[in-house]
Design a protein around this ligand. Structure first.
Ligand SMILES: [Ca+2]
Ligand SMILES: [Ca+2]
Ligand SMILES: [Ca+2]
Ligand SMILES: [Ca+2]
Length: 301
């Protein structure tokens, strides 16, 4: 690389946040955003994002970090999967970056490093305490080792909406078995928050393509489940698959769910990113999100 190229690259890195800010201000695509940067008192926006091998290498890429930070700030809650860092510093690093210059401060719930091999992954749920209160959190007990990465759950309250958020990164090669285990675990998840009826399951469920015939998903999550990220949506940057899902359990959260709000956050379109290689460097997944009313009053029994 010659000195001019080097200088241009550095300039681009320095200016990247400005371009992103401009794209945000312009509201590039048609997404209806109600997250903390968009101050909506009646709804919250809850997202899940597999940030593909999110560790020291990725966090060292300033342009990628700008996209991740600007993406996180769109949402009141962001459930991140695939934090992979043996030093366990990346979750804090990302939190510090999100909060540097944010309008509202974020906090986080961090799960343990999970996995059957030396390749471990962590779930980290980022949230805005001024909007949502964290009541409790736990990792699901997995005594029979049904999950490669057992789900992390967090009980949140926002206005009149209290709910259990469950994030899980389903193992691709065991998608059907792990999803059945997740559906079967719902009574145990609900039991951790007595009286709570609202359960939101979200994450990279690998629920499409060669890993799972998506026609089988409604069988695994039969009524009263509601699959709000539906089969035609594309949630990856490399394929046409619907790996990432949001599923509402027991119907309780359906009352607060804003009908039709579940969608994919196309960060490339939102931020005007046109280089597909760069987009894929950010992640092989897009975030998925859904909006919930918080001003309806608590309808739990
Ligand atoms: Ca396990
Ligand atoms: Ca509730
Ligand atoms: Ca699909
Ligand atoms: Ca409810």
């Amino acid at each position: 690389m010659n000195r001019l190229d080097d200088w241009l690259l550095r300039l681009r890195e320095l200016l990247a946040p400005l371009f992103l800010a401009g794209a945000l201000a312009a509201g590039a695509a048609g997404t209806v955003l109600v997250g903390p940067e968009h101050s909506d008192a009646t709804e919250i926006q809850v997202a899940a994002f597999n940030i593909q091998v999110f560790g020291q290498t990725k966090r060292g890429n300033a342009e990628v970090m700008d996209v991740l930070v600007q993406t996180a700030r769109q949402f009141d809650i962001l459930a991140v999967q695939e934090v992979r860092d043996a030093s366990e510093t990346t979750a804090d690093f990302f939190l510090d970056r999100i909060n540097a210059g944010a309008n509202l401060t974020y906090a986080m719930v961090e799960g343990p490093r999970l996995g059957r091999t030396s390749s471990k992954e962590q779930y980290v749920i980022y949230y805005v305490p001024a909007v949502v209160t964290l009541l409790s959190s736990f990792t699901l007990d997995d005594p029979d080792d049904l999950f490669e990465r057992e789900p992390l759950a967090a009980v949140f309250q926002a206005g009149g909406f209290d709910f259990i958020l469950v994030v899980c990164h389903i193992k691709p090669d065991a998608a059907e078995a792990e999803l059945q285990a997740l559906a079967a675990a719902v009574p145990r998840l609900l039991a951790q928050a007595p009286g709570e009826q609202d359960l939101v399951l979200m994450g990279d469920f690998n629920a499409d393509g060669s890993y799972l015939n998506e026609d089988e998903l409604p069988d695994i999550f039969a009524a009263p489940f509601q699959i709000v990220i539906s089969d035609t949506l594309v949630t990856t940057t490399r394929t046409q698959n619907t790996y990432d899902r949001i599923i509402l359990a027991d119907g309780g959260a359906s009352a607060e769910y804003v009908a039709g709000s579940a969608a994919v956050f196309l960060f490339d379109q939102e931020f005007g990113l046109t280089d597909p290689d760069f987009v894929r460097t950010v992640s092989d997944h897009y975030p998925v999100y859904a909006n919930f009313n918080i001003d309806l009053g608590d309808d739990d029994p």
